[in-house]
Design a protein around this ligand. Structure first.
Ligand SMILES: *[C@@H]1O[C@H](CO)[C@@H](O)[C@H](O)[C@H]1NC(C)=O
Ligand SMILES: *[C@@H]1O[C@H](CO)[C@@H](O)[C@H](O)[C@H]1NC(C)=O
Ligand SMILES: *[C@@H]1O[C@H](CO)[C@@H](O)[C@H](O)[C@H]1NC(C)=O
Ligand SMILES: *[C@@H]1O[C@H](CO)[C@@H](O)[C@H](O)[C@H]1NC(C)=O
Ligand SMILES: CC(=O)N[C@H]1CO[C@H](CO)[C@@H](O)[C@@H]1O
Length: 446
């Protein structure tokens, strides 16, 4: 009995160790579906997530036990929202709660479709995006699969985020996302081709509201706290049918669509398994020293160094870039310089450094590295330190340029002494006169 217990304990421990995910923000995923049965349609995608170590919980939007935040704590690290059609989520869960979930550092993978309900519409609206009219789907008479013009076969990425190019076309059936383009934190990942338009199954009798490249198929957003959100207008994209479907586009055929590769890569990005940056360390000191000083003096030569690592699929790698800048700020940046990457010595990170002269201006300065590039998580490192003016004993003395002044000062001094001596020891004639006068009066009285 005891051995059995021990055995199960070891087994559990082993499961626990092997179930470790590569995600930096945790492995608890909640999948919200419209209907319980939908789960079967996405079996390949969900299986791939489980293999990556995620702990998936499934629920439906109309489940009474639906909860994402309890006592101010997120119950999950990531959400998969595959329930666009439900108009009312149980327990009053709405866009506000999803935003709160994001504020707490959660990531969301969201799929809408041609029957998107108000909850998901509201949520998209928060991200500066909205879906087209109900029943409208995206058509493209040039780049589509075999003879169905509303099953698009997309071959090109609009922005690279975690994948460089698509090996096979991605099949897409669903609604168009319209982006207001006002949210600087959002960028489209897949867009419609030049001939794409959004319409329902009636005859097109006026200009469609959204066409061509303005049709966003997959949209991404990275919030200021590095939470990541991916939105798409197609739930079908994630289904087994689309993943396994052959693709036939303009006489070219592919045995399998690129959907699995694509959704694997974007879900890795969403769930913080890729392109995550962190500052390992940063330091600054005077040239020739190693300790951070209490303050700098104007025009000191200083050395700044920052170590940055990039996380991809479970390993921290050296981060490579040529555009990381350091700013010395007092209200405005006084100095902004590009840091140079040093030869890589550590397998897990890379170092960027620069030597520079602190500004000829005293005050309290912030030394800041604020690096924001789309697709990578944002890093911000800052340190506040004072820059002092020169101390009275730090000025050089007796400059050649000062000679006329020294001459002036010393000639004054010498002149003063001479005049004082003259004034003190000068014998005045008038006193002689007085004596003479006294003598003469004496003579008179005699
Ligand atoms: C991700 O995309 C790359 C192409 O950029 C592809 O080679 C790879 O197979 C994709 N899938 C995964 C799981 O990385
Ligand atoms: C794409 O076209 C192929 C070849 O005609 C077909 O077998 C497949 O079912 C189509 N896929 C979809 C999702 O329509
Ligand atoms: C680099 O990271 C690996 C694990 O990813 C770790 O085993 C190794 O000790 C690290 N190396 C250094 C020099 O930090
Ligand atoms: C940065 O470059 C080094 C050396 O070329 C390489 O080993 C490392 O994998 C690169 N880092 C990333 C994140 O690609
Ligand atoms: C995890 C994390 O960094 N959360 C932050 C996300 O952004 C909000 C608002 O800016 C902060 O309050 C959270 O702490």
């Amino acid at each position: 009995m005891k051995t059995l217990f021990l055995f199960t304990l070891i087994l559990q421990l082993a499961c626990f160790i092997f179930a470790k995910t590569n995600s930096l923000s945790g492995n608890r995923v909640l999948v919200i579906l419209d209907k319980e049965e939908d789960k079967k349609e996405y079996s390949i995608f969900f299986k791939s997530l489980k293999e990556r170590g995620f702990d998936l919980s499934y629920t439906t939007a109309s489940n009474e036990k639906l909860e994402i935040i309890k006592y101010e704590e997120s119950l999950y690290d990531h959400l998969i929202l595959f329930a666009p059609e439900t108009d009312y989520y149980e327990n009053d869960i709405n866009a506000k709660q999803f935003i709160e979930f994001i504020d707490k550092g959660g990531n969301i993978l969201l799929a809408a479709n041609e029957n998107t309900g108000t909850i998901i519409q509201d949520l998209l609206y928060e991200f500066g995006a909205k879906v087209d009219e109900p029943k409208f789907t995206v058509f493209d008479n040039f780049v589509h699969n075999s003879t169905t013009p509303n099953v698009l076969a997309i071959e090109e990425l609009e922005n690279k985020i975690s994948l460089d190019k698509l090996e096979a076309p991605v099949l897409y059936y669903g609604t168009a996302i319209k982006s207001s383009n006002k949210n600087p934190y959002a960028k489209p990942l897949l867009v419609g081709g030049p001939a794409a338009y959004s319409w329902d199954d009636t005859v097109v009798n006026k200009a469609p509201l959204v066409t061509g490249n303005n049709i966003v198929l997959v949209h991404t957003l990275q919030a200021i706290n590095n939470s990541r959100i991916v939105m798409t207008g197609s739930t079908k994209m994630f289904t087994d049918k689309y993943i396994n479907s052959p693709v036939k586009i303009n006489d070219k055929t592919y045995k399998k669509s690129g959907n699995l590769d694509f959704i694997t890569n974007i879900s890795k990005w969403t769930f913080q398994e890729k392109k995550v940056l962190k500052v390992v360390s940063s330091k600054h000191h005077k040239v020739g020293e190693t300790e951070r000083p209490e303050y700098y003096t104007i025009k000191n030569n200083m050395h700044y160094e920052i170590e940055i690592a990039e996380y991809n699929d479970g390993v921290w790698q050296p981060f490579n870039a040529t555009d990381i800048q350091l700013e010395l700020i007092m209200l405005d940046p006084y100095i902004r310089v590009t840091l140079k990457q040093q030869p890589i010595t550590n397998p897990n990170s890379s170092t960027y450094a620069i030597d520079l002269m602190v500004p000829d201006h005293c005050g309290v300065f912030t030394f800041k590295v604020d690096y924001r590039r789309y697709g990578l998580s944002w890093i911000k490192e800052s340190d506040v330190i004072a820059i002092h003016p020169l101390h009275y004993n730090e000025f050089p003395r007796y400059l050649i340029q000062g000679l006329p002044y020294y001459f002036g000062a010393f000639s004054m001094l010498v002149g003063f002494i001479i005049i004082s001596i003259l004034a003190l020891y000068h014998e005045d004639d008038s006193s002689n006169n007085k004596v003479n006068k006294e003598a003469s009066t004496k003579k008179k009285t005699n």
